[in-house]
Ligand binder design. Structure first.
Ligand SMILES: C[S@@+](CC[C@H](N)C(=O)[O-])C[C@H]1O[C@@H](n2cnc3c(N)ncnc32)[C@H](O)[C@@H]1O
Length: 152
């Protein structure tokens, strides 16, 4: 497999400009076709369906890893938000810590990990107390979304 970029929880690949880049391996724990309550289609077709807490890849494999995990706690299990983005379990700290740890493990030395986070339910300081500080980052356009860049 010649894939050098791993997205560990790609969802419906909404933020991609080049979702079909041949270097990209898209993983998600869900494979589904659904209709949201407002009639929009939800399509999640990952290449692989592994749990990001336990990835079956060797250490130091990928040049670039993308980690955009669920960030919502206070949503109904059947809400469209939960359907679209997933919902964190109550033990979210362990969940995110394990996922982040696996991303770092499979990343090559000097490779980059980009993590996306939204602070609707969990603040940035709370998140960083779990995953550590990035090298640098950027805040989205006032909607609570952050892009965090780590270099292994
Ligand atoms: C915020 S969404 C990702 C959105 C995506 N970046 C996009 O552009 O559409 C989070 C995704 O994480 C997936 N997910 C949740 N727990 C997971 C796990 N343990 N392993 C792999 N994927 C998981 C969910 O199924 C959901 O699709």
């Amino acid at each position: 497999m010649n894939k050098t970029i791993l997205d560990v929880c790609c969802g419906s690949r909404m933020f991609y400009y080049a979702a079909n880049d041949e270097r990209l391996l898209c993983n998600d724990i869900r494979y589904l076709d659904d209709i949201l309550c407002d009639g929009r289609k939800l399509t999640i077709h990952p290449d692989t369906e592994y749990d990001f807490r336990d990835l079956p890849f060797e250490d130091d494999k990928f040049y670039h890893v993308v980690f955009d995990p669920p960030h919502l706690l206070n949503v109904g299990d059947n809400s469209w938000l939960a359907q679209k983005y997933g919902k964190l379990p109550n033990g979210w700290r362990t969940y995110i810590k394990q996922g982040f740890g696996e991303c770092m493990r499979v990343l090559k030395r000097n490779g980059t990990l980009v993590m996306k986070w939204n602070t609707r339910d969990i603040s940035l300081p709370e998140l960083l107390s779990v995953v550590g500080k990035p090298l640098y980052g950027d805040k989205g356009h006032g909607n609570g979304t952050y892009w965090l860049i780590y270099v292994k």
